[in-house]
Design a protein around this ligand. Sequence first.
Ligand SMILES: Cc1cc2nc3c(=O)[nH]c(=O)nc-3n(C[C@H](O)[C@H](O)[C@H](O)COP(=O)(O)OP(=O)(O)OC[C@H]3O[C@@H](n4cnc5c(N)ncnc54)[C@H](O)[C@@H]3O)c2cc1C
Length: 71
Amino acid sequence: MRGILHAELSDGSIRSLPCDSVILAVGYKEDNSLYHEVEFDVPEIYLLGDAKKVNNIMYAVWDAFEVANHI
Ligand SMILES: Cc1cc2nc3c(=O)[nH]c(=O)nc-3n(C[C@H](O)[C@H](O)[C@H](O)COP(=O)(O)OP(=O)(O)OC[C@H]3O[C@@H](n4cnc5c(N)ncnc54)[C@H](O)[C@@H]3O)c2cc1C
């Protein structure tokens, strides 16, 4: 069934959009399960990027740089 999505924009205005469904891509959470699964089985392992802390591409790149720089 077609509905109307009312979205409040960053400037405070309201925009209404006709839609069939709405997907909210929010509330990211780290997935470090693989790291914890194998951390004691391999001699050297590093947790970095989104798996360590959900952030953005710059964080992931700098995190990887820092880790690689200290190996
Ligand atoms: C919808 C969305 C939009 C985004 N938009 C932006 C943006 O505009 N600007 C910005 O700076 N950041 C954005 N980000 C965040 C950015 O994408 C992440 O912060 C960044 O990609 C993290 O890099 P990463 O290398 O840590 O993880 P990822 O890029 O997620 O890479 C992890 C890789 O590991 C692989 N993998 C996972 N499990 C396994 C396994 N068991 N075996 C083998 N491979 C595996 C995955 O398939 C993936 O290829 C966005 C994120 C999302 C979800």
